[in-house]
Write a protein that binds this ligand. Structure first.
Ligand code: PRX
Length: 641
């Protein structure tokens, strides 16, 4: 990489290889963004071409109207690289956690056969177009096969992160009203077997799930319920490797994925077949500069949107192998990821800042022996990457030759929207870079006025938005309107992020402006956490805040008002258990404070901002307008203890 001041630019070598190397693409796309996307969509296989590129009926919109498509046809028989060329090429490289277990490799042809067999099995169980199918699987090839099998027959997949608790699974299954759940007998995590089936059995209580399909992974002894539970392997045994793709309308739903918002209930973001396919294909190709011989490893679990788009759909639409790994990053040793990169000759590596910071904490010794000479491009996603972590990633992993793509996007956007392109740059630590060609972002003040450079405001996306943007919140149009189209009216998509741009237009993300907390890149809502904690008997009220944390980005603190006296240790234990039960281990609370009262406005709103400032050493501001300003001093004393 070439360094000028604090900014990096691609070398000639990177530029020469890159699909996009000329800045003028931004100007061209800006002239007519709809045309720009339509041109990209032409390289996708459609059963019938669309009639209109973009139709806007605020707050709703459509892309590629009346176009007919199936995303799996674009992965298999109509892959843009040509089926003959890719059918014997590797599609999935699966690395198990157990060191002495062999990786599983599936070619495109083998994957296609498995997908079709399972798609036929789903049909035999009565799954039809538009039915929702719950997927609660670890990182094993079957998670990809399940997703693609649903897409093949037009069923809507709703993946639930396998580390989510039974209760979190239940809430999502209730919302989707899925009748089928796909899970496993267990999986390996830090050398231990996790009993996923037990969680699934609890999670399907009080839902409409009538059939459970279980992948045999861990040879774990599980209870099978007659007529409800089926082994995956038994179901697919006699099925054919052929299954006609269901012809889908561009605007039919491809998947629902839940994410946390400001309130207690997770929101099911709805993604459409046509727009998502176009965006997944092209963002991958241009941003990660995917070429025929590349191997991509996106470390995100398929339970998150990053895993959906850059662990599954994007690499496969581009005809390259995707690597997935079952286990923990530092198991059995700190250099496990490094070993995997070298063993499988990974070229494109995409991870989260929290992982980089975790490794950085251990210095450099554990990876010194690795040359990483196959790596070409590094990516980061999910939260801001600070300069120290950026530098460590750039030097120790990328050996100063790989561009670091700091990619901004959201579950809602379906794909990356802001990042500098590898063949163009520039790359500036802490800045995500430029919006992709064809996208119109702005930074607005509270009144909706566009702000000049270096002024912080709300990041918004303007029409025609992007083909992959969510089409709704499942069964909740009110929430859709309130969350995204309320702040600045129905034609402006509000991201809920604060940001500013530098004089060159590079965007720096400051963080969320709503009550979403990012712990290790995972999106959690204060409302969801507080609801869970408040259900503990003897707790009358609570507030949860996120404070800066060296490794996790943010850590959770909880302030609790009790109805009757209890020891701190007991409350801590109860909260820990409750959070694990309601959400899962990703949401661990770092500290609990027992307080007499929480700071509130006169209308009764808890002022989490003030609680946060007690830790960040920012000015508290005027607290005299609070209904109970004395609560702040009392809390200060509790914190100091
Ligand atoms: O606050 C932004 C942050 O993550 C939020 C979206 O979270 P989620 O829906 O879980 O999707 C994460 C993976 C796509 C955003 O509103 N965020 C995402 N990427 C970045 C980021 N913050 C700073 N820099 C990023 N590169």
């Amino acid at each position: 990489m070439i360094k000028k001041g604090d900014i990096y630019y691609p070398t000639k070598e990177i530029k020469n290889k890159a699909w996009v190397k000329d800045k003028k693409i931004y100007k061209e796309a800006e002239k007519d963004p709809i045309k720009f996307w339509e041109n990209l969509a032409k390289e996708i296989f459609w059963f019938n071409k669309w009639k209109k590129g973009f139709v806007h009926k605020p707050p709703y919109f459509q892309w590629f109207t009346e176009g007919k498509i199936n995303i799996t046809s674009n992965i298999f028989e109509h892959n843009s690289l040509g089926w003959e060329k890719i059918k014997n090429k590797t599609a999935i490289i699966w690395e198990p956690e157990l060191i002495d277990e062999k990786p599983r490799i599936l070619t495109y042809n083998e994957l296609s056969g498995e997908v079709n067999k399972f798609a036929n099995a789903l049909k035999r169980l009565g799954v039809r177009k538009g039915d929702r199918v719950g997927i609660y699987l670890p990182m094993i090839p079957e998670v990809i096969i399940s997703i693609l099998a649903c897409a093949r027959i037009g069923a809507i997949h709703a993946v639930v992160f396998s580390a989510f608790s039974p209760n979190a699974l239940k809430i999502r299954l209730q919302d989707t009203e899925a009748k089928v759940l796909i899970t496993a007998d267990g999986y390996f995590r830090r050398g231990k077997i996790i009993d996923l089936k037990k969680n699934a059995d609890q999670g399907i209580q009080e839902t409409k799930v009538k059939k459970v399909i279980i992948v045999k992974r861990a040879e774990n002894k599980i209870k099978m319920e007659k007529e409800r539970d089926f082994w995956w392997q038994d179901l697919v045994e006699k099925e054919s490797v052929q299954c006609e793709p269901r012809v889908m309308d561009s605007e039919d739903t491809l998947f629902i994925l839940y994410t946390s918002g400001s309130t207690g209930k997770p929101k099911g973001t709805v993604h459409a077949c046509g727009g998502y396919t176009v965006q997944a294909k092209w963002t991958g190709k241009w941003i990660f500069d995917l070429h025929d011989n590349d191997i991509m490893w996106c470390t995100a679990d398929v339970g998150w949107v990053t895993g959906h788009t850059y662990g599954v759909y994007s690499p496969l639409l581009n005809g390259i192998p995707t690597l997935i790994y079952e286990g923990s990053p530092d198991w059995p040793n700190l250099d496990r990821w490094a070993q995997i990169i070298e063993k499988h000759k990974v070229n494109i590596f995409y991870t989260a800042p929290t992982a980089v910071r975790m490794f950085k904490k251990y210095g450099t010794e554990f990876i010194e022996k690795y040359k990483f000479d196959t790596l070409r491009i590094l990516g980061s996603v999910g939260e801001p990457i600070d300069e120290a972590a950026w530098n460590w990633y750039f030097k120790e992993v990328g050996k100063e030759k790989c561009p670091i793509l700091d990619t901004w996007w959201q579950t809602e956007t379906g794909g990356i929207l802001i990042t500098s392109l590898p063949g163009v740059g520039p790359f500036k630590p802490c800045f995500t870079g430029l919006p992709l060609p064809g996208l119109k972002f702005d930074i607005l003040d509270e009144k909706g006025k566009s702000l000049p450079s270096n002024k912080e405001g709300n990041l918004v996306l303007l029409p025609p938005f992007t083909p992959g943007l969510l089409r709704g919140i499942y069964k909740n149009p009110k929430k859709y309107l309130e969350t995204y189209w309320n702040e600045y009216g129905k034609k402006v998509y509000f991201t809920s992020d604060a940001a500013y741009k530098d004089k060159n237009g590079l965007i720096r993300i400051v963080g969320r402006v709503d009550d979403v907390i990012k712990v290790a890149g995972h999106r959690l809502s204060t409302g969801e956490l507080e609801d869970a904690i408040s259900r503990i008997p003897d707790i009358s009220e609570c507030a949860v805040i996120g404070i800066p944390d060296e490794i996790k980005g943010e850590a959770l603190l909880s302030f609790v008002v009790l109805k009757k006296e209890k020891s701190l240790e007991q409350v801590q234990e109860e909260i820990k258990k409750q959070i694990r039960k309601e959400i899962g281990p990703i949401a661990s609370i770092k500290n609990v404070y027992l307080v007499k009262d929480l700071p509130k406005t006169r209308s009764g709103k808890i002022m989490r901002r003030i609680l946060k400032r007690l830790f960040t050493k920012e000015e508290l501001g005027d607290i005299s307008t609070l209904a109970n300003p004395e609560s702040v001093n009392q809390i200060k004393k509790v914190i100091i203890q």
